[in-house]
Design a protein around this ligand. Structure first.
Ligand SMILES: Nc1nc2c(ncn2[C@@H]2O[C@H](COP(=O)(O)OP(=O)(O)O)[C@@H](O)[C@H]2O)c(=O)[nH]1
Ligand SMILES: [Mg+2]
Length: 487
C-alpha cells in the first residue's frame, strides 16, 4: 500500500538527517520533496498546499527536545498531520441505537459495492453480533442479485429475495418489513451504480433514501482507491446530491497511490469508515488514520498485525502445535500449519511492513516473490507426502523421495533440499523447547534455569541457530552477542 509514497518520503527525510536543528533553510529541500511526492500520489492540490504549510509551521515552531533528533521530530510532525487530514480517529458507523439500522451502499459501477456489502455483513455478524439482512436492490444489472445471494450463502447471512421489477425504494420498504418480522437489527441494501455520475441515478438513490428516512439510514459510498482524484470528485458529487454518512475505500490491496485516502476526508468532510482490501469476504479493515499514517511513514503497524493474528489464527491448531512444541516435537504437519497461519494474514510483504522499520528494509530487498515461491513449492512437496511421512520425515528414503518428487512435480534434489531445511527447523524448535523446559544448553552449566542435561544439540552436524550465543570456543569466553564472559 502506498509504496511509492513511502519511498519518496523516506528520501525526502534524508535532507534533515543528522542536522542538529530544523531551520527554514535545511527544511526547504525536504518540504519540496514531500510536496512533489504527494502531488505524484494524486493527492488533491489544495490538500497538499495546506498539508505542507502546516508541517512547515509546526517544524519551525518546534522546540528542540533534548535527546530527540530533528529528523525524528520531523517524522512525528508528518505522522500527526497525515493522520489529521485523514480524519484522526476511526469512526465506525453507530449501530447501537434502537430499531433497525438500514445501510445503503452506493457508488458507481465496479467500485466494489456488492463485494463490500458482503464483507460488511460478515464483519457486523462476527464482530458486532448483529443479525443482518442483505438486500439486492440493483435493478439495473440483474446479475448483481445472484452475485449477492452467492456471497450471502458463503458467509451464512440471510438474503432478501427482492423482486427486481419493483422500484428500489419499494424493495427497500419491503425488505425492512421483512427484517422486522425476522427480528433483524441491520439491513444492508446493495444499490445500483452507473458508469458515470448521472441525474437519474442520483434521483433514484434520493428516493430510496427518503422512503426509509424515518429510520435514519447510513449511506456508505464505496470509492475505488485506484482511481485517485476521480474517487474524490465522485464522492463529493454523491455527498452533495444525497448526503453520504461514510466513505469506504475499496481495492486498497492494489497499488493505489494514496491520493484518494489522503484527500477524500478533507475535500468532502465525510469520514472514511472502512477499507476494502481484497476479493475475499474477510478482507475488510476499519479505517484508522493514525495507523495508516504509520504505515506510510514506515513506522509499522503492530496493532493491526496483532488484530489480524487474533482474527485469523485457529486457536485449536495453535494449541496442538504448542503441545507438540513443549514435547520437543516438530512435525512437517506443524510446519504446514505455521505456513498456513502466516499466509492467512496476507502476503509476506504486507505482513512485514506492519513491523516497525521493516518497510525500508523491504525496499532494499526488493522482490519478495522468490521467498513466496519457495513457500509455495514447500507446500506442494508436503501435499505429496503421506500422513506417516509428515509425522516422521526420517522414514523418507530413496523410493519415497522419488514418489514425492514426481507427485509434486519437483526434482528429487528439491525434495532433499526441503527435508534438509526442515531438519534445521526441527533442531531450532527442539532447541527452543529445551530452553523453555529448562533443558539448557550443553556446556553451559550454571546458567540460571538452564542447567539440565537435555541439550538440544542432538545432531553434532546440525546447523546450530544459537551457535553465536554458545560461543565456539568456551575457553575464550564465547563470541556471542552477549559478549565475553556472559555465560
Ligand atoms: N482487489 C480487489 N478487488 C475488489 C475489491 N472489492 C471488489 N473487488 C472486485 O471488483 C470487481 C467489482 O466489484 P463489485 O462488488 O461487483 O462492484 P459493484 O459493481 O460496485 O457492485 C469484482 O471483480 C470484485 O471482485 C477489493 O477490495 N480488492
Ligand atoms: Mg454490484
Amino acid at each position: 500500500m502506498f509504496d511509492t509514497l513511502s519511498e519518496k518520503f523516506s528520501n525526502a527525510f534524508k535532507y534533515i538527517q543528522g542536522k542538529s536543528k530544523i531551520t527554514e533553510d535545511n527544511i526547504e529541500e525536504t518540504l519540496k520533496e514531500v510536496r512533489t511526492a504527494l502531488l505524484e500520489a494524486d493527492v488533491n492540490f489544495k490538500v497538499v498546499k495546506e498539508f505542507v504549510a502546516a508541517v512547515k509551521e509546526k517544524a519551525l515552531g518546534e522546540k528542540v527536545i533534548k535527546g530527540v533528533n530533528p529528523g525524528e521530530q520531523f517524522v512525528k510532525i508528518m505522522h500527526d498531520e497525515l493522520a489529521r487530514i485523514m480524519g484522526d480517529a476511526n469512526e465506525e458507523i453507530n449501530l447501537e441505537r434502537p430499531g433497525i439500522v438500514p445501510i445503503l451502499v452506493v457508488g458507481l459501477n465496479g467500485q466494489g459495492k456488492t463485494t463490500f456489502s458482503g464483507k460488511l455483513a460478515l464483519h457486523l455478524k462476527n464482530k458486532k453480533k448483529k443479525d443482518v439482512l442483505l438486500v439486492p436492490a440493483d435493478t439495473f444489472r440483474p446479475a448483481a442479485k445472484a452475485q449477492l445471494q452467492t456471497l450471502a450463502k458463503q458467509i451464512d447471512v440471510d438474503c432478501f429475495d427482492s423482486d427486481l421489477n419493483l422500484h428500489p425504494k419499494e424493495i427497500a420498504k419491503l425488505a425492512i418489513e421483512e427484517a422486522k418480522k425476522r427480528h433483524k437489527s441491520v439491513v444492508i441494501i446493495d444499490t445500483a451504480g452507473r458508469l458515470h455520475v448521472d441525474a437519474e441515478l442520483m434521483d433514484q438513490l434520493k428516493e430510496v433514501k427518503e422512503s426509509i428516512n424515518d429510520l435514519k439510514p447510513e449511506v456508505l459510498m464505496v470509492a475505488d482507491a485506484m482511481t485517485g482524484q476521480a474517487a474524490v470528485d465522485v464522492s463529493k458529487t454523491f455527498h452533495e446530491a444525497i448526503g453520504v454518512t461514510g466513505i469506504v475505500l475499496s481495492k486498497m490491496d492494489s497499488d493505489a497511490k494514496g491520493g484518494a485516502a489522503l484527500s477524500i476526508r478533507h475535500v468532502t468532510g465525510v469520514p472514511i469508515r472502512y477499507v476494502s482490501m481484497g476479493e475475499k469476504m474477510k478482507d475488510l479493515e476499519l479505517f484508522h488514520p493514525d495507523r495508516l499514517a504509520k504505515r506510510i511513514l514506515d513506522m509499522g503497524d503492530v496493532l493491526s498485525l496483532v488484530e489480524k493474528a487474533q482474527d485469523n489464527i485457529n486457536e485449536s491448531d495453535a494449541e496442538s502445535m504448542m503441545n507438540n512444541f513443549k514435547k520437543g516435537k516438530f512435525t512437517v504437519d506443524d510446519f504446514l500449519k505455521q505456513m498456513d497461519m502466516i499466509s492467512n494474514l496476507g502476503s509476506m510483504g504486507s505482513i512485514l511492513k506492519m513491523i516497525p522499520g521493516m518497510g525500508g528494509m523491504l525496499r532494499q530487498i526488493g522482490d519478495l516473490s522468490p521467498a513466496e515461491n519457495e513457500m509455495k513449492r514447500m507446500k506442494i512437496i508436503i501435499s505429496s507426502m503421506t500422513k506417516a511421512e509428515r509425522q516422521d520425515y526420517k522414514i523418507i528414503k530413496e523410493s519415497r523421495l522419488k514418489r514425492i518428487a514426481s507427485g509434486s512435480g519437483t526434482t528429487e534434489a528439491q525434495v532433499k533440499d526441503f527435508l534438509g531445511k526442515f531438519k534445521q527447523m526441527e533442531q531450532m524448535m527442539g532447541g527452543m523447547a529445551a530452553m523453555m523446559n529448562g533443558g539448557g544448553f550443553p556446556g553451559m552449566p550454571g546458567f540460571p534455569g538452564m542447567g539440565g542435561k537435555k541439550g538440544f544439540r542432538q545432531d553434532p552436524n546440525a546447523v546450530n541457530p544459537f551457535a553465536g550465543m554458545q560461543g565456539k570456543d568456551k575457553k575464550k569466553g564465547g563470541k556471542g552477542p552477549w559478549g565475553k564472559g556472559y555465560f
